[in-house]
Design a protein around this ligand. Structure first.
Ligand SMILES: C[S@@+](CC[C@H](N)C(=O)[O-])C[C@H]1O[C@@H](n2cnc3c(N)ncnc32)[C@H](O)[C@@H]1O
Length: 325
């Protein structure tokens, strides 16, 4: 399944594309590589240029052919156009699906994988740069989209209903200003406060440095995996939509959890407000609950409970409680 299932097509898939257009589109090795790469995620033109080390004019020619054939769709988000694989439909649907299945039978080339990694790093750097530039104004912007009190209350309720006297270890991924840390510190012998951004971690320390059982770590879940850290519970509130590879964070969180451990995720539901990319540093326009559940299932996390908060300013929050099998 395409990673960005929430992206809505502006250009209708070419359901009426004639057979010759479809076959022409599938007759070029580079176009097959493009379709293979777009099975992983949706990418902007400039990101695709990075992955394929091509100039935009050369790439645009191929993208147009794939769109005409109904194999790709595109959507304008903020100032960029993002491409993803279109859902096959119409009289040629079966053939389209067969073509895509054949394409996916061959793994992505090593050079394309390296290109995707470069794009993921760029996206991560953009996220760090956003929080560096906005660390002090971050709360104001965030409150417009997702009021902290609402989802943090649910997070704590979900932890409390587990009837555990105290957790040995809780990890909070993406602590931001660290507002939740005092509540987590009351519920665990040790809390690890993780954030990719040094600037946000500095603010979190100002807020929670006095708590003796909180350790601050700069980085993401991979850092704790390398340290063989084990946790009873992990909380990630409003983090996944800022991270280039949410699926990887879920998989790493599952590695960190003890068997039966709990993972609580507060996230935006899939939305259509592209301005959040520029103004709030969002890399993803929320997620469908199904998408989160698929990634969680792949990481051997099973869904335990879901809470959906009322929609506010066009955004809805979901709080999902997963448990490690
Ligand atoms: C929107 S803020 C949320 C902060 C806090 N959890 C809250 O609910 O207020 C997202 C935070 O996650 C951090 N972040 C983004 N991706 C991350 C990752 N992969 N690992 C750790 N922190 C990350 C950002 O630096 C930022 O501080």
């Amino acid at each position: 399944m395409a990673a960005s299932a929430h992206i809505v097509d502006l250009v209708p898939a070419g359901s009426g594309a004639p057979l010759a257009t479809l076959l022409k589109a599938a007759s070029d090795e580079l176009r097959l590589h493009i379709l293979r790469v777009l099975a992983q995620d949706s990418f902007s033109v400039s990101e695709l240029c990075t992955i394929f080390e091509l100039r935009q004019s050369a790439l645009s020619h191929h993208l147009k052919i794939l769109i005409d054939a109904g194999l790709l769709s595109r959507r304008k988000e903020g100032t960029a156009i993002f491409y993803r694989r279109a859902l096959a439909e119409g009289p040629l649907q079966e053939l389209q699906e067969q073509i895509l299945r054949h394409i996916d039978d061959t793994p992505i080339t090593r050079s394309n994988s390296r290109g995707i990694e470069r794009v993921q790093r760029q996206r991560e750097d953009n996220s760090i740069a956003f929080f560096k530039g906005n660390a002090d104004r971050f709360r104001e912007q965030q409150e417009l989209i997702a009021p902290w009190a609402d989802y943090s209350e649910i997070t704590l309720q979900l932890l409390d209903r587990l009837e555990q006297d105290a957790f040995e270890s809780i990890v909070e991924v993406g602590v931001g200003e660290g507002w939740l840390l005092p509540d987590l510190a009351k519920r665990a012998r040790s809390v690890t406060a993780l954030d990719l951004s040094q600037d946000m971690l500095r603010l979190a320390k100002q807020h929670a440095n006095h708590l003796p059982n909180v350790a601050f770590v700069q980085g993401s879940t991979d850092v704790l995996v390398q340290r063989d850290h084990q946790a009873d519970a992990i909380v990630a509130n409003m983090v996944l939509h800022h991270t280039p590879e949410p699926k990887k964070v879920l998989a790493e969180a599952a590695c960190l959890l003890k068997p039966g451990g709990h993972f609580i995720v507060s996230e935006l539901c899939a939305h259509d407000q592209a301005w959040a990319r520029e103004h709030c540093g969002d890399l993803w326009l929320g997620f469908t609950p199904e998408q989160l559940d698929i990634w969680a299932g792949q990481a051997r996390l099973s869904l335990n409970a879901s809470v959906f908060l009322a929609q506010r300013n066009g955004f809805q929050i979901q709080v999902q409680h997963f448990q490690r099998c």
